[in-house]
Design a protein around this ligand. Structure first.
Ligand code: ME8
Length: 511
């Protein structure tokens, strides 16, 4: 049986249109999902939309339409973004679906049955933009007198009856859990932040609201809707079939990785494992909090008019270059600055020059001098052995890096081999061998074809379209594109289709 791998994106609020930040998280997950499939795993990859709560209710009211109609409309934009980014998700969950309502209500009942919930009253600060409660001590006052949360979100004073989750009872158990699962929170700096927060003391958490209606009803008490974060986090078990323990997808729980932005780590690394353990369910294996993108040095915002729409980028630069750039430009986990100049530079230097030229030179020499067929390997020279060994080491190296979500390190390993390939082709000069030693020329071109096959195979998760085309041109059949297939050489004489450039240079239009 194949090992399983369950990976999730956050589910995005439908108060807004998708932008490059949402695309980033989803693409990172897509690369990992594709990588695991390539590596022989049985993968479940989930994304979706978070549709309840005060913030969405307000956005619907501002748009002048009922919330259900509003969420139907906006959720489609996220679905479209998923398609436009070439995302291979297995499911797309919406929190307004009946399966999710049933799942949340059952989780609530289990928490109640286990004595984890009590009825009380909430009096304190709430930020609708963050859908989060804040303590007085966390707030600052703006010059105009408004009180704001550390995130900059304005807060309002809320007084209402509320059910509470006994989070305070989980402080020691969570600390023990983090201790015994050192890889649960990554990167390490974020782990330390969470540890600090939990050590600072946990208060019981308000998990229901009565001042608005747009949410999942609390079982047995219609006056309350569930706190949107309890509702939202539960999506990860809903999609796995909760509460049906016989559901086909229940074998995927616990999730292997919840990928999130650093803004929502606390919800995933503190509240979520506490909810699950209190309900008698297993917590996820790992939560990775990545960094934040700025746009040419500025915070992305509608008022600044600098919101980068993923579909516009794809139209201008192509999908694969955008996917590549986002995961290559900044070490995953750090904040980054999105600049078109940097994107164009990576397209031209790393994709067109380094990889594109290596492929183009090798494939056109094969087409012209080997009748478009894959020649046999010859007796290996030291140089042949070295570059082939470097290419063969890639799957193992990438496995290590990608299990730590170190996308940049993984790509750097591949580029080391690509650069070595360009050095090899210059040094061996197969174009010169054509006149002096055609047998050696053919052997050199075979080495290059094998190296390119290794490179294109491991890069498929990052750039599925262009690497698919490169494997086509290398004569690799569809059923020989997994990592395991690299162990079997392609048969000598394999017919190679006419080569076509995979990565053209990007030339900025004048003006
Ligand atoms: O928080 N840079 O949804 P959301 C990088 N519904 N990533 C960014 C980004 C940026 N500038 N802007 C957004 C919610 N993101 C909740 C989640 S999960 C159970 C519920 C990404 O629509 C990043 O992944 O506000 C961040 O965590 C997420 O979008 C927030 O999306």
């Amino acid at each position: 049986m194949k090992p399983k791998y369950y990976i999730t994106t956050p589910i995005y609020y439908v108060n807004d249109q998708p932008h490059i930040g949402h695309a980033y998280t989803t693409i990172a997950c897509d690369v990992l999902a594709r990588w695991k499939r390539l590596d022989g795993f049985d993968v479940m990859f989930l994304t979706g939309t978070d549709e309840h709560g005060q913030k969405v209710e307000k956005a619907a009211a501002d748009a002048g339409i009922p919330p259900q109609e509003f969420t139907d409309r906006v959720s489609v934009h996220f679905r479209d973004m998923t398609a436009a980014m070439g995302i291979s998700n297995d499911d797309f969950i919406r929190t307004t679906e009946p399966r999710h309502v049933a799942s949340c209500q059952e989780l609530w009942r289990r928490l109640q049955a286990n004595g984890a919930i009590y009825l009380g009253g909430y009096e304190g600060w709430y930020a609708v933009r963050d859908e989060a409660f804040y303590d007085e001590g966390e707030l600052t006052t703006r010059p105009d007198g408004t009180r704001v949360a550390p995130t900059g979100a304005p807060v309002e004073w809320v007084v209402e009856p509320s059910y509470f989750f006994r989070l305070s009872a989980w402080q020691d158990k969570l600390l023990e859990f983090y201790e015994s699962h050192p890889d649960f929170i990554a990167p390490a700096t974020r782990r330390n932040e969470v540890l600090g927060f939990v050590k600072g003391g946990l208060k019981d958490l308000s998990i229901s609201r009565t001042s608005f209606k747009w949410g999942i009803k609390v079982p047995g008490d219609d006056a309350h809707v569930m706190y949107v974060w309890l509702d939202a986090l539960t999506n990860y078990i809903t999609a796995a079939g909760f509460p049906d323990a016989d559901a086909e997808n229940w074998r995927f729980w616990p999730a292997d990785l919840h990928m999130v932005g650093k803004d929502i780590l606390r919800f995933h690394a503190v509240f979520w494992p506490a909810f699950l353990m209190a309900a008698g369910l297993a917590p996820p294996t790992r939560v990775f909090a990545h960094g934040w993108w700025l746009i040419e040095g500025e915070k992305m915002s509608k008022s600044l008019g600098n919101v980068v729409k993923p579909a516009d980028l794809v139209e201008k630069y192509g999908l694969d270059p955008v996917r590549y750039f986002l995961l290559r430009e900044v070490p995953f986990g750090n904040d980054g600055d999105f600049s078109r100049r940097a994107l164009i530079s990576r397209m031209n230097v790393e994709l067109a020059n380094d990889l594109g030229n290596l492929a183009q030179r090798s494939l056109s020499l094969l087409a012209r001098n080997c009748e478009g067929r894959l020649p046999p390997r010859g007796p290996a020279t030291e140089e042949d052995t070295a570059i082939l060994a470097a290419a063969e080491a890639l799957p193992g190296l990438l496995r290590g890096h990608l299990d730590r979500q170190a996308f940049g390190d993984a790509l750097e390993e591949v580029w080391k081999v690509i650069r070595a390939g360009n050095f090899y082709i210059d040094q061996q000069a197969p174009w010169a061998l054509r006149k002096t030693d055609t047998v050696r020329m053919a052997a050199v071109l075979r080495v290059l074809a094998d190296v390119l096959r290794g490179v294109a195979t491991v890069l498929q998760p990052f750039m599925p379209g262009s690497m698919g085309r490169m494997l086509d041109q290398l004569g690799v059949p569809d059923d020989a594109r997994e990592l395991a297939a690299l162990a079997s050489p392609l048969p000598d004489g394999t017919v190679l289709p006419t080569p076509q450039g995979v990565f053209p240079r990007f030339v900025e239009e004048a003006g």
